[in-house]
Design a protein around this ligand. Structure first.
Ligand SMILES: [Zn+2]
Length: 117
């Protein structure tokens, strides 16, 4: 991948990283807040557990993507960005446009989703 393209994706990844860091720390704060509410009002316990579960799941997703974003930024540094982790072919530009932290090209991603990879 040429430098200009890599720099373009690096900027998008950094923006995403910042957004995710904000979301992750926000959901941690929300999670604590829900904890306080649970001890304060046991009648609402069921509803709060649900809310808490939801927040944790959301936070897990964000953490997972954050991890992928961090890895993608490492790959930009090492010059491996944009190469499929499975077939070593170049990842399609439109795929990177949609998911700049993608580790696989479209074909390999589909195989992975079908459990073939
Ligand atoms: Zn591939």
């Amino acid at each position: 991948m040429d430098k200009k393209k890599a720099e373009y994706h690096r900027k998008r990844l950094l923006a995403k990283q910042e957004e995710l860091l904000r979301l992750v720390s926000k959901s941690e704060q929300d999670g604590r807040h829900v904890d306080e509410e649970i001890t304060q009002d046991i009648a609402d316990n069921a509803a709060n557990s649900y809310t808490k579960e939801f927040l944790f799941h959301q936070s897990d997703d964000n953490r997972r993507i954050l991890q992928l974003v961090n890895e993608a930024l490492d790959r930009i540094k090492s010059g491996e960005f944009g190469v499929c982790a499975a077939c070593q072919e170049e990842v399609q530009q439109k795929r990177l446009e949609a998911v700049p932290w993608a580790r696989h090209c479209i074909e390999c991603q589909e195989k992975q989703e079908q459990g073939l990879l």
